[in-house]
Write a protein that binds this ligand. Sequence first.
Ligand code: C5P
Length: 223
Amino acid sequence: LTPKRLAGERILVTAGPTLEEIDPVRYISNHSSGKMGYAIARQARLRGAAVTLVTGPTCLAPPVGVEVIRVQSAQEMRDAVQGCLSRIDIVIKAAAVADYRPRTRAGEKMKKSQESLCIELEKNPDILAELGAGKGERILVGFAAETQDLLRHAGAKLKAKNLDLVVANDVSQEGAGFNVDTNIAKLLFSDGRVEELPMMEKEDLAGVILENVETLLGEKRAA
Ligand code: C5P
């Protein structure tokens, strides 16, 4: 049986992609199955936490016993996250949020006429960076999916977003990243420590991430 070390803790997990509409039938998005975030939500629940899962569109069944808030766009995800933040101790942001959205959404399906088409994009809010700026006593965990210079980019995110822990994975490696059941991750901590993990099931990686969150929480409360 999983020890209930997170009993009484309130955890917010985000998962899946966001989807940014171009017109009523088209959108831009990111590759993301939602498996990593759903595994974290399930494992946090098994450890006794009260879990809220804010999820973009996925094909997965949500874990039992978890409060689920379904969203589509990054702006909706931000509103959902901000809406429940006041009662949250730990935020784990596994969602693949679209960095940009179309500046306008066409009301009708766009017709195929010109040889080339430009869609102007504007920046979405960085939800995690906003949380980092108003962090308070919360523990913040982010993900960094990279295709090159993994440690450098992930370390920069840890600092820029004021995180306690970044789970970095090189998505160009086989057995890591989107749509597979395994991942190969490095954990980067705010004190500069790096832990390299072997390829493991996302469900097991979720357990390792939560064990580290338990330790960080203990350290923060003892300080
Ligand atoms: O900068 P990048 O998107 O790679 O950072 C990844 C981390 O930041 C993830 O934890 C992701 O959920 C979060 N993020 C966010 N809002 C965005 C972009 C990323 O919360 N607009």
